[in-house]
Structure formats: C-alpha cells, structure tokens
Design a protein around this ligand. Structure first.
Ligand SMILES: [Zn+2]
Length: 312
C-alpha cells in the first residue's frame, strides 16, 4: 500500500451523524458530529456530509475530495444493505429505497461501501481493535438498540441479502413480557437497549438513573445497583449463550455505552454465561471490551471496511 492514504468512516444514526477522517493505520485525523438532517432529502444530506468532510480534509492539508489519496468512504446506516447499496426502508430516518452507496460515490468522488453500524464496528475491531487476533468473534453493541456483528472464519457474515446477524432480536426466556422496538416480545433488545436497562432500573430501584449513573452506583458498591447489574448481566448472558452455541466464537466483544461498565461488569457477565452456556463451551469464550471507542466504533469500522475493500 502506498503511503498516506486516507478514508472516511461515517455513522448515520437516528439522531446524530459522525464523520471521521483516518489514515491507513487507523489513526483518527479529524472528527465531526452533527445532527442527522431528516427535513432534507437523502441526496441533500449526503451533499452536506461531503461539504463537512471537505472541511475535515482542509484541516490536514491541501487535499480535496476526488484526490487519489482518498481511498473511499465506509458508511453505517440503519437497514443499509451492502449487497444492493441501498437502504430499502429506515423508519428512524424516514428513508425509503435510497441508493445510499451511489449518493456517497457521487458526492465524495470515491468508492463507497454501506453496512449497518454493528457490522462496521465488528470490522473495525477486527482490523484495529480488540479483535485483531481473532478469527471468530461476535461484537455486541449495547446502545440505543442492541446490534451484533459476526466475524466468522475471519470474514464478516451478513446472511442472505444482508438480513442476518441481528442478535438484538434473539428471543430470551423471561418471566416478564416486555416488548422490543421491533414489535416482538422478550427480545435481547427489550432488556439490553438503553431504554430497556432504564426500565429495569426503574422497576428494581424506583430510580430514574441513566446507564452511566447505574455504573457510578455500581462502582460505589451499592447493593441495589449490584442487583440491577446482576439482572442485566443474566439477561445478556441468555442471549450470548444462544449466539455462543450457534457460532462458537473465541470471544464476545462488547461495545457501546454499557461497555463503559468495564471489567467488573464483564466478570459478572462471564460468571452468568458459564452458568447457562452449553457445557462444551464452558471456559472457552472470552468477554472483552471493545477498544476502539465506545461511541465511534462504527466510524472506525467504516474506514477499516473501505481500506479492506479497496485493497482486497
Ligand atoms: Zn426485536
């Protein structure tokens, strides 16, 4: 690879969009966070992103979009289909049948790939983060929703038509019947999304703590916070046990807000997992915190993906 290549990683979320400019070693050279504009057309929004990206380029020197040193842009968006390059329907954004890959290629004047954000985070961890030496791993992002990215035999697994790898919607056994954002009942996301965790906190403590506040009370050793942590660890362990027996990963990598709970949470989770996982896998799957960033995982992953794509 020639020296000084650059790529953009862009994560389009329901509320905010993040843009990162990277070099080929995964060094973040520039970053910008802006609201996701839903009142304009997708084309106008991508044009705005290209203008913001051009400004990031100017901060590193005299380089403009279209320069051959820019290898491409990797974009994360809800319901993004890598194979078709389109977003068929994304209710959060109000998008229907958007040719997202083509819009990025037109406005950024370089190759583009699109994926869902958890897939990107998995690719990023594999190339530059905790998953560097792993061939089989499941990345679990615990944020507004629960996403999973599967690296199997060294490669991202998407399923037919990019419809697989949606571990957030695994059914978990539970005494409650809590709805999921998708309309299902008792999915992993019903309990492990930020909203799900906050609901559990409310039910168990009658407090309105955020996930961060739960973490603070937990680290101070408060019994009620420890009880909540045990409960959510048990719910997460149920989901991981199912994924474990299906994919036999070397590790689960946890990203997103909950990953900030750190090693003490991972230890509790590991113990719960050992209790429920199939005996053949006991003691064999590590639980690791994502290292790239709890809130920029898909941005790193977008750049990692396009570097891999153009150099394969
Ligand atoms: Zn669901």
């Amino acid at each position: 690879m020639e020296l000084n290549q650059y790529a953009f990683g862009i994560d389009i979320g329901g509320t905010n969009t993040k843009i990162g400019l990277f070099d080929q070693d995964g060094k973040l050279l520039g970053f910008k966070k802006m609201p996701t504009l839903k009142e304009v057309s997708p084309a106008e929004f991508v044009e705005r992103l290209s203008q913001e990206s051009e400004m990031l380029l100017q901060s590193i020197g005299t380089i403009v979009l279209g320069d051959s040193r820019i290898v491409g842009v990797g974009v994360g968006a809800p319901m993004a289909n890598y194979f078709t390059g389109r977003v068929e329907f994304a209710p959060n954004l109000g998008w229907r049948d958007v040719p997202l890959k083509k819009l990025f290629e037109d406005f950024f004047k370089c190759p583009a790939v699109i994926e869902n954000d958890a897939n990107l985070a998995a690719i990023g961890e594999k190339k530059w983060g905790s998953g560097k030496n792993l061939n089989d791993m499941v990345l679990v992002t615990l944020g507004t929703g629960v996403g999973t990215g599967l690296i199997l035999e060294g490669k991202l697994y998407r399923g037919h038509d990019a419809l697989g790898a949606e571990g957030g919607h695994i059914l978990i056994p539970h005494s409650k019947n809590r709805p999921c954002s998708c309309g299902g009942i008792n999915h992993l996301e019903s309990y492990l999304s930020s909203k799900g965790i906050q609901q559990t906190i409310k039910e168990m403590t009658n407090q309105d703590w955020s996930v961060e506040e739960l973490g603070e009370h937990f680290h101070q050793g408060e019994t009620i916070a420890i009880n909540v942590i045990n409960q959510i660890a048990q719910e997460l362990a149920s989901g991981l046990a199912t994924m474990g027996v299906l994919f036999g990963p070397q590790a689960f990598i946890l990203g997103g807000g909950v990953s900030k709970l750190g090693d003490s949470f991972n230890k509790i989770l590991k113990n719960k997992l050992e209790e429920v996982i199939h005996f053949s896998l006991r003691g064999k799957i590590a639980i690791i915190t994502a290292t790239l960033s709890s809130d920029k995982g898909a941005v790193y992953g977008g750049a990692a993906h396009i570097f891999d794509e153009v150099n394969k």
